[in-house]
Design a protein around this ligand. Structure first.
Ligand SMILES: Nc1ncnc2c1ncn2[C@@H]1O[C@H](COP(=O)(O)OP(=O)(O)OP(=O)(O)O)[C@@H](O)[C@H]1O
Ligand SMILES: CC(C)(CO)[C@@H](O)C(=O)[O-]
Ligand code: BAL
Length: 282
């Protein structure tokens, strides 16, 4: 595995790899776990070579968020990726990604307005901007993202369509189902912030979501099922619930009733030092 952290060697490396066949990109912020490695394995199945980026992107963290505390484990991550047969690790510094004088922002309206977009103002501008740059830097044939970040995936698909990012085209942006721990908690780098007691309590999140989905399917009004979900999280040790919403799975418009189209239950809630997100088909 080749590791590069400047643009010129990156261009040379991806040029050589792309001559040998399709190149897949898996963007990450590092502190890798089985969720990330599942994306890498899926990428290997779909492309001749896989590039992984590790960049803790300052532009997607708000003031007072966990940018400084976010886990950074480049040596361990690098060993994990090499063992998975990754061809290229792109690990730029903030100065390489945003050189002095950098002044461009990408804002995707609509799909990024609610949910995490409302709770974390500017977050999806930061995500869209860095993902657009990563696509232009690596020029992959396909890119893979986790469904754990459902709204992020919707924002990236919208951006790729709107900006004619032909490579990767929207059809080649692949969503990978959420990888979970044995007790149902979605794997996340931020789970590392939890104490053992908080980690045990955090399993209430997927459990309460499944219960709410079952109640809605059984005819409980959506607002009542969501109120019960929030109450269950508070009772289970969550300090705050940023949102709990039933939404159209594609547009993320909130649904007051379960209609006939695909719907998604999305939740963000805080426990200990962690803000956890999860989503499920509903
Ligand atoms: N449990 C998971 N299952 C599937 N994909 C995942 C999972 N966790 C993260 N991913 C995906 O991996 C990619 C990189 O995510 P990121 O590096 O932010 O990891 P993370 O564990 O989601 O961290 P965070 O704690 O910041 O949410 C994203 O596309 C994300 O959706
Ligand atoms: C897509 C991403 C790598 C952009 O920084 C990040 O938001 C993430 O890890 O999900
Ligand atoms: N996985 C999403 C990245 C973030 O929370 O900033």
């Amino acid at each position: 595995m080749q590791t590069v952290n400047r643009i010129d060697p990156l261009r040379d490396a991806v040029g050589a790899l792309r001559r040998e066949g399709p190149l897949a990109l898996v963007p990450t912020m590092g502190a890798l776990h089985e969720g990330h490695l599942t994306l890498v394995r899926e990428a290997r199945r779909r492309a001749a070579h896989v590039a992984v980026s590790i960049f803790v992107n300052p532009r997607q963290f708000g003031a007072g968020e966990d940018l400084a505390a976010y886990p950074r484990r480049l040596a361990e991550d690098s060993a994990l990726l090499a063992a998975e047969g990754v061809a290229l690790l792109w690990a730029p510094t903030a100065e390489v990604m945003y050189p002095a004088g950098y002044a461009t922002n990408i804002a995707v309206t609509g799909v990024s307005d609610g949910l995490c977009g409302a709770a974390r103002p500017g977050h999806f501008d930061g995500v869209a901007t860095v993902v657009c740059k990563l696509f232009n830097q690596v020029r992959p044939d396909l890119a893979l993202f986790g469904e754990k970040d459902w709204q992020q995936l919707a924002v990236i698909r919208r951006m790729a369509r709107d900006l004619d990012l032909v490579r990767p085209h929207v059809d080649r942006i692949i969503g990978v189902p959420t990888v979970r721990e044995a007790d149902g908690l979605a794997m996340s780098s931020r789970n590392a912030y939890l104490t053992p007691a908080e980690r045990a309590a955090a399993a209430a999140l997927p459990r309460a979501m499944q219960a709410a989905i079952a109640r809605i399917a059984a005819g409980t009004p959506v607002d009542a099922a969501l109120a019960e979900l929030v109450a269950a999280l508070h009772a289970g040790g969550f300090a705050a619930v940023d949102y709990a919403a039933l939404c159209d799975a594609g547009t993320l418009a909130p649904l007051a009733e379960r209609g006939t189209g695909p719907a998604r239950l999305l939740v963000a809630a805080r426990i200990g030092r962690a803000r956890l997100i999860d989503n499920m088909a509903a």
